[in-house]
Write a protein that binds this ligand. Structure first.
Ligand code: HEM
Length: 146
């Protein structure tokens, strides 16, 4: 993947505004509410019975932070996202059996969380860089399935 200087700046400057715990929680909550079948992977998390329960679930919060911390790792290594996420991909493929289609959905809710947080600062140009980053992220997380 080739990144322009503008793309790198758009990705990292948005990332500086991110609160990994809060925004990770918001993204995972959206994933579980908008795509309810993703709840089945998190049966150990306790009550995910409705949107309020999901939003108040401490395990969802803790896990959202873990997910965004891995995204932060990828952003810190934009020139080697694949290598950075290799092992995590294998874990999702062979230990967690997560359908890789769901990575796209998580990428999508993450973009929505960032857009609603940043408002007009999330310009079309910034969105473009983030959509490209999400595609690279999804690709890297899907590599271990082969
Ligand atoms: C675990 C990251 C997407 C399901 C994890 C862990 C990380 C992570 C860092 C902890 C791994 C460990 O403890 O060794 C990510 C990233 C994603 C992503 C960066 C996409 C951007 C998904 C999706 C699903 C999923 C879409 C399911 C719909 C799980 C499950 C666990 C897990 C079930 C284990 C949770 C537990 O029992 O503690 N993920 N993940 N992940 N992930 Fe993902």
């Amino acid at each position: 993947v080739h990144w322009t200087a503008e793309e790198k700046a758009a990705i990292t400057s948005v990332w500086q505004e991110v609160n990994q715990e809060q925004d990770g929680h918001d993204a995972l909550t959206r994933l579980l509410v908008v795509y309810p079948w993703t709840q089945r992977y998190f049966s150990s998390f306790g009550n995910l019975g409705n949107a309020t329960a999901i939003a108040g679930n401490v395990k969802v919060r803790a896990h959202g932070k873990k997910v965004l911390s891995a995204v932060g790792d990828a952003i810190a290594h934009l020139d080697n996202v694949k290598g950075t996420l290799h092992d995590l991909s294998v874990v999702h493929a062979f230990k967690l059996y997560v359908d890789p289609e769901n990575f796209k959905r998580l990428g999508e809710v993450l973009v929505i969380v960032l857009a609603s947080k940043l408002g007009s600062a999330f310009t079309p140009q910034v969105q473009g860089a983030w959509e490209k980053f999400v595609a690279v992220l999804v690709d890297a997380l899907s590599q271990g399935y082969n």
